[in-house]
Design a binder for this molecule. Sequence first.
Ligand SMILES: NC(=O)C1=CN([C@@H]2O[C@H](COP(=O)(O)OP(=O)(O)OC[C@H]3O[C@@H](n4cnc5c(N)ncnc54)[C@H](OP(=O)(O)O)[C@@H]3O)[C@@H](O)[C@H]2O)[C@@H](O)CC1
Ligand SMILES: [K+]
Length: 475
Amino acid sequence: MAYSVEQIRAAERSVLAQVPDGALMAKAARAVATRALDLLGFGYGARAVLLVGAGDNGGDALYAGADLRRRGVSVEAVLAVPDRVHPAALAAFRACGGRVVELADVSRADVIIDGLVGIGASGPLRDNLVPVVRRAAELPAPVLAIDVPSGVDPDTGAVAGEAVHAAVTVCPGGLKPGLLVGEGRVRAGRVELVDIGLGPALADAQPALRRLTDRDLATMLPRPEPGDDKYTRGVVGVVAGSAEYPGAAQLAVGSARLGGVGAVRYAGYAYVEVSRAHPDVLVSDTVALAGRVQAWTIGPGLGRDDHARASLRAVLDSDVPVLIDADGLNLLAEDGALAQLLRERSAPSVLTPHDREFERLFGPIGTDRVAAARRAADRVGAVVLLKGFATVIAAPSSGPVFVNGTGTPELATAGSGDVLSGLIGSLLAAGLEPALAAAVGAHLHGRAGERAAQTGPVTAPDLLGELPGVIAELR
Ligand SMILES: NC(=O)C1=CN([C@@H]2O[C@H](COP(=O)(O)OP(=O)(O)OC[C@H]3O[C@@H](n4cnc5c(N)ncnc54)[C@H](OP(=O)(O)O)[C@@H]3O)[C@@H](O)[C@H]2O)[C@@H](O)CC1
Ligand SMILES: [K+]
């Protein structure tokens, strides 16, 4: 779960009213010092450099520095805004033998602690901090960021200028959305949440972002019950592939078979290839002849000819959940009547665009990927899964927003999206609520990618090979 700066501030206010002055900061600082020692691997003889800004983020750094001094670390502090420093924290730091140095004098560091700005920052990093961030980037030491890497927008993950590149981000109180999405996810490195007692005050807040865990999936993944038959488990229909792209159909059908349904029906021109690859699949060449399903996946490798258009019209006309990907999305972008059909549907729809498909349908994404996905979901009344290094899934009408936490850059490979769309269609047919089906599908897909990447470069068929193992492990 991640909470907006506004929510964190509200929780902080309510807790601050009940605890002694400085108690939250002391907890945060202790956690930062402990984590820094973990990174160092040793205390005596190690050297930490603090980058200290004007606010409480700098205060956290100075108190952590004092803690490190007490544990034998040599600590130097660069005061980036010398006339504005947390006074009590600076006094505590000096009292422990911490030294204040000029930026130009920093030559060696075993760890750098970034306390320039935290959730009090707004807009791009100001000019006075830029040389400090640049110098830190030149030093070979790992950077531990406090709360957020300075320069990353805590709410959106946007980086508009210079920003710290952290190995670890220690986040007191609650995760911020900017650590989980966009460029912020890349800059944050490993993110570690520190409990400073804000939990009860956040309990009633609707999280700005949710991220599923492996444990969540254990209870969500469909599994056959005694007494189930292939129809009660759900049947998914897949409309994908074409004479030119039969492989997309094989991949989407392949993953649809693994998402929890009892049967897969295929409708399209690649039925010979699908039958050959997956003898258990019921094939036909049109949606009308396919028979009853509980959800459709349409789009991968479909092409945009009249047959494709008619297929999309037929599934949009149905009263079951529909997942639309790839050429299905391109058809929606170029055909107003189909887009109108989508908006008028009463059954749920899920769209799974990558950036270019998204922009063709909805215009520029901008730097706030969560807001973009949310707006798009509201505009068409569908779940929108915006693919990326951190895939975002937004439900319409102020529903939940998920961010995926699994995956590897290796998943940027041909056919990877076809596997994802078949998988989510299958989860929809098995009865998962649409936004959850998309989030669970993305999580599984990411784990399959991670496993495949352990033994070398990843191709889409590898993902099909890994999915049963991933699902077995999580269930
Ligand atoms: N939440 C919690 O419960 C707890 C929070 N804690 C900690 O407090 C932190 C928040 O502290 P905070 O409120 O003092 O703000 P902080 O991030 O230090 O920055 C403010 C300074 O930055 C400046 N500034 C603004 N924009 C800027 C920019 N773009 N580029 C450059 N500078 C910019 C701004 O200038 P001003 O606008 O005032 O001129 C002001 O001087 C939080 O992240 C966490 O570490 C913990 O101690 C324990 C409990
Ligand atoms: K920071």
